[in-house]
Design a protein around this ligand. Structure first.
Ligand code: CDP
Ligand code: CDP
Length: 227
């Protein structure tokens, strides 16, 4: 890894990781890496190519060839598979329903983690905000800033439900909790590892959560990017 400042953020679905990380990156002039988008893009690719998402070895093979690219620019966020822009498509419920099975395959995690470390190393910004489920523990355990972003389950479900207006609230909540339970078998993102600071956004609005994270970055790095 380079001498860039890595801000590692983990947490469950709907805790605010993506939106808060993106805004923190903007304010700091840092890059932004959404690791969940890589797993979602692989799930999208498997569905598109009719690869059985329950077949671990077929998914592991797919992970070695899927032509995936992601922007590190928080102001110009996109995800592509080959020539196809999948930025919106990877948020569809059918992709969310398939992603845990794809992400739990160890060979998949090894190859995407290697790609994440490469991307972080190649970033030209003075730092990168990296968010996901195992960033503080596996992808960047030596990051100078490591945070766990949490919120009460009903608050997380309500936030996600407000985004997915075509889905009914009860099924959004059920799908989100099911995905968290499945994901938690692979990475423990519900308890903070040693040295990881918890930010509970249950009673914080978006702006207050961003401010809380920025304050921690400033305190823990002693630097004042974006001031
Ligand atoms: O945005 P949301 O929290 O709903 O999910 P995401 O961050 O886009 O992640 C999508 C899925 O990718 C998760 O449900 C996990 O199955 C997987 N994931 C993972 O296994 N490890 C990561 N570092 C990030 C995501
Ligand atoms: O990436 P993750 O699934 O953890 O969450 P997200 O997609 O960033 O956030 C889900 C929704 O919650 C977004 O619409 C955010 O704007 C919103 N949010 C909020 O209302 N209050 C917060 N303190 C944090 C996020």
């Amino acid at each position: 890894m380079t001498d860039q400042i890595v801000v590692a953020i983990d947490g469950p679905a709907g805790s605010g990781k993506s939106s808060v990380s993106k805004e923190v990156a903007r304010k700091l002039g840092f890059g932004y890496l959404d690791t969940g988008a890589a797993y979602r893009a692989l799930a999208w690719y498997a569905l598109d190519e009719n690869v059985d998402t329950a077949d671990a070895s077929a998914i592991a093979d797919a992970a070695t060839v899927f032509p995936y690219a992601i922007s590190l620019d928080p102001d110009l966020y996109w995800v592509r598979v080959g020539e196809t822009d999948v930025t919106s498509a990877i948020r569809e419920p059918r992709v969310a329903a398939a992603v845990s099975a794809v992400a739990r395959v160890p060979a998949v995690r090894d190859s995407v983690n290697a790609a994440f470390r490469r991307l972080i190393g190649e970033a030209t910004a003075p730092g990168v905000v990296v968010e996901g489920r195992d960033i503080t523990t596996v992808v960047a355990p030596d990051a100078p800033v490591r945070l766990l972003l949490t919120a009460a389950p009903e608050v997380r479900a309500a936030r996600r439900s407000a985004e997915l207006t075509s889905e009914d609230a009860a099924s959004v909540a059920a799908a989100l909790h099911q995905r968290d339970a499945s994901d938690a078998r692979v990475a423990d993102f519900l308890t903070a590892a040693e040295g990881v600071t918890v930010v509970d956004s249950t009673d914080l609005d978006f702006a207050a959560t961003v401010d809380a994270v920025l304050e921690i970055v400033r305190t823990q790095t002693g630097e004042h990017h974006g001031d």
